[in-house]
Design a protein around this ligand. Sequence first.
Ligand code: D5M
Ligand code: FE
Ligand code: ZN
Length: 513
Amino acid sequence: MSERLQRAVSLTIEAGYQLDKKAFDFLNILSKTEDPIQLMEKAIKKLETASEKPLFINRDLLEEVAKEALPEIIEEKSLLALPPHPVLEAKGTFHASAKDIDTDIKILEDPTEEICETGTLEEYLDYFRDRFKRIEKILRQRIDAKDASSISDALKAPVNSKVKIISMITEKRESKQRLFLRVEDLNSSATVLVSPDKDRKTMKKARELMLDQVVCIAAVKARNELLVAKDIIWPDTPQRKPKGASMPVYAALISDLHIGSKMFMKEAFNRFLLWLNGKFGNPKLRELASHVKYVVIAGDVVDGIGVYPKQIEELVIKDIYEQYRMASKFIEEVPDYIELIMIPGNHDASRKALPQPAIPHNYAEPIHETRKVYSLGNPCTISLHNVQLLLYHGRSLDDIVSVASDVSLNAPEKAMKLLLQSRHLAPVYGGKTPIAPEQRDFMVIERPPDILHCGHVHVLGYESYRGTLLVNSGAWQKQTKFQEEMGLTPTPGIIPVVNLQTLEVTPINFSTA
Ligand code: D5M
Ligand code: FE
Ligand code: ZN
């Protein structure tokens, strides 16, 4: 108990009152950001004018006083945990099994220390060459693409001979039922014609291609330097047996808290924290909580400032440092035996271009002061009990949705599948996703992970694809005006909890008490 909280309690007792448990819990939470002494003084003063003086001070009275004394705090400024209904404090003891499990976390890839671009044109060329080479290597591991030739060799082949090239798609044009692709490799370029084939399979595959993607094209050499496509081979990922932990240990995957936004769902998030502490939910849910050893935050910890039009009107905390300070108050409630891993999103205080280094220490300082946290870059790869997780906020999912057909933000796992199939986290260049021309393309998915954890979309979604669990962890922010205009309906307050042994997902809804 903090010193000021202790003094507030002594003050109450000296005045002849007792605090009941709920009132004490309320004061305790409030004391993290406000002065508990001032509040108790006001409560005692109020009781002095009452005709009948109670022995116990209850929560209702404290809330009433708090509302009068700190109107902004309780109403819109309040990011304090004030559930609308008394929280169903679970009865019985809570044995946190996860406390007995030794931490097993390895950081396999983190761009934070390796970022070094300056942004010249030459750097962009090098960046795209690196992207090409890395995905080419992945493609050549496929039986059906390993014998591909260069574009210039394919163009030299006799007319009507079969050729295969690995290339980046630089242009896509459709006219009169025919599709023209302009493609490039490291040395030359060519035009590929896709005409409606018998089963329309090639046409369908060609239509699904996104610009800047690297694929293998099987074609027939025609006259006039033209290649006629017969098949399009994506790098994709081989079917794998997922690797699980050797024991039942769970990770709660979350993202997009947006602390500082009026739409941050503090009550729901508070229920999540209570649940982690074994104080919320039915016995089954509490049993699940007892196995949670990791909480992973895939970006957008705070709402930041100036991120979307008119955001200022929807901010309760307009200073980003204060937003991180408030975040630390919540994060403090995560039990110590649980390891916390966090990466930045496009609302956080890192640079916006991908890859993003870890949230700079001077911003995240209150969180680091509060507890141990693995603060890593976006994207990064970690291993938890030998289960590999690729963590990526997911900004490029916006671009995928705008260029790919049959994919919408309502089913983010479908867009995530396209990332895995392209073996790149931001396959489309020049959309909403800024990419820095690093010497090495950190966005290539070198090894398909056991779990790909993204956020950003604010919609919960998960699906298993060829041995990789694709998870989008939703959000803790209600729909903003901007999202409403964009037609995005989020599913906030529902999060996926993953059993690292079986890779089974349990969604838990904290949005209602
Ligand atoms: O993004 C939250 C959601 O809002 C995400 O699904 C995309 C949508 N969004 C955000 N910015 C845009 C723009 N500029 N166009 C279209 N859709 C957008 P967040 O990063 O949390 O703001
Ligand atoms: Fe977000
Ligand atoms: Zn985002």
